[in-house]
Design a protein around this ligand. Structure first.
Ligand SMILES: [Zn+2]
Length: 65
């Protein structure tokens, strides 16, 4: 079965938004936790490689894979 939301071993759609008409770039997603009154801010870089389109790379924190 294939279709939107199906996991695929090949990167042909953006991992973040799912669009498949943009060039993709391998990245590691970074989960940013904003600073709070009792905790300092932090950024957790994920080990998993994702493939993002340009729009997502401009909007969301990441680093090159
Ligand atoms: Zn995207």
């Amino acid at each position: 079965m294939t279709g939107p939301g199906a996991s695929s071993p090949t990167a042909d759609a953006c991992t973040s938004c799912g669009r498949d008409d943009e060039p993709l770039h391998a990245v590691h997603r970074i989960y940013v936790t904003p600073e709070a009154w009792d905790t300092p801010g932090r950024a957790d870089v994920q080990d998993e490689v994702e493939h993002w389109c340009f729009a997502c790379r401009t909007q969301y924190p990441h680093e090159d894979a």
